[in-house]
Design a protein around this ligand. Structure first.
Ligand code: SAM
Length: 326
């Protein structure tokens, strides 16, 4: 399909304006000290790190400030976030390069800027607070369309899924993230019924309300629509595939002795990190007698009590790290 670039530019401009008007907040980076420690940022005489999910630049800023001798290459698939990061990191422009792209393409993206191997890779997946605030339908109270794309040039939105998937397919998606089967079925059926009655579910808020009607509003810490929103978001952004691919490709661009640090915020993500690390730490490639990775964190590292108090978004964070050994 041909894309009208002028139209796309206008859409991106409008979204950015909406985010600015909505007062989108900068994402508070999680577990910064632990990230710096595992990447050994302060110890290096010089070095290059790649922040494979740079977002609005919180971790990158911390790396640049921690050691004046290191450079960072920041990748993100959200061009609007990159613009915010560029503004925020302007004082370090001589040591930071920002690239639009998918972390699964890290090797090619680094080659574009003449870099072959790096000292460390950081992956901090999922949407940033800035994206959550950006009127893309990520939040339950959001009165905007169900978009949920991190990359605003991607084809499939959450709305596309709700309009085109069958009740069975929707149910399967919701079950995959841990929704109870009976609830998943009733929600999927209600969505299909609503789209034939009114043509579709117009906003994130309308979807959250529909789910609350189906499940009944129960008191509790977790919003009844949490898992359905998570399922849609993860499908739209191919999050698990991207995370796995990001780790596999990230390891390839590490120097020997280079470190990979991955954060995760929910169980499917942590499971993916654990399993992907295990594959790389166990199976030597053909013709090799040593695995590529040594795992540095047998169990995931959790945020400190103090950080959990200060940054509620970091409460569910887990950090795993590994080192390339050949
Ligand atoms: C949690 S935020 C990162 C926040 C950042 N560490 C900070 O401190 O500001 C995750 C970012 O990763 C980006 N992202 C998610 N999946 C990606 C992928 N496959 N490739 C590149 N960027 C991705 C999102 O667009 C988002 O900006």
């Amino acid at each position: 399909m041909a894309i009208d670039i002028q139209w796309l530019k206008r859409v991106i401009e409008r979204r950015k304006k909406e985010a600015d008007e909505a007062g989108a907040r900068l994402h508070p980076p999680a577990m910064v000290n632990e990230v710096l420690e595992f990447l050994r940022v302060r110890e290096l005489k010089k070095g290059v790190f790649v922040d494979m999910t740079v977002g609005t630049g919180g971790h990158t800023l911390a790396i640049l400030q921690a050691n004046p001798k290191v450079e960072v290459i920041g990748i993100d698939r959200d061009s609007n976030s990159l613009e915010v990061a560029a503004e925020r990191l302007a004082d370090y422009a001589d040591r930071v390069t920002l690239i639009y792209g998918d972390m699964r393409d890290v090797k090619r993206l680094l080659q574009q800027v003449g870099v072959d191997r790096v000292d460390g890779c950081l992956i901090d997946p999922g949407p940033s607070l800035w994206q959550m605030d950006s009127k893309r339908g990520f939040s339950f109270l959001d009165d905007s369309p169900l978009d949920m794309r991190m990359d605003q040039s991607a084809q499939v939105t959450a709305q596309t899924l709700l309009q085109t998937l069958s009740a069975d397919e929707l149910e399967r998606l919701f079950v995959q993230v841990g929704e109870r089967r009976s609830d998943a079925r009733r929600i999927a059926q209600a969505i299909v019924k609503e789209r034939s009655r009114s043509g579709g579910i117009p906003t994130a808020k309308a979807l959250a309300e529909l789910i609350m009607q189906v499940k009944g509003v129960r008191g509790g810490r977790i919003h009844p629509a949490t898992k359905v929103f998570l399922a849609l978001r993860m499908t739209v952004n191919e999050e698990i595939d991207a995370l796995k691919g990001g780790i596999m490709e990230g390891v390839k661009v590490l120097k020997r002795g280079g470190r990979l640090v991955v954060l995760s915020y929910q169980s499917l993500e942590d499971k993916t990190v654990k399993e992907t690390f295990a594959i790389l730490a166990q199976q030597p490639d053909e013709g090799e007698n040593r695995p590529l990775l040594r795992i540095l964190t047998k169990d995931p590292i959790l945020p400190s009590f103090q950080e959990r108090q200060q940054n509620p978004r970091a409460r569910s964070c887990k950090l795993r790290a590994a080192e390339r050994i050949r």
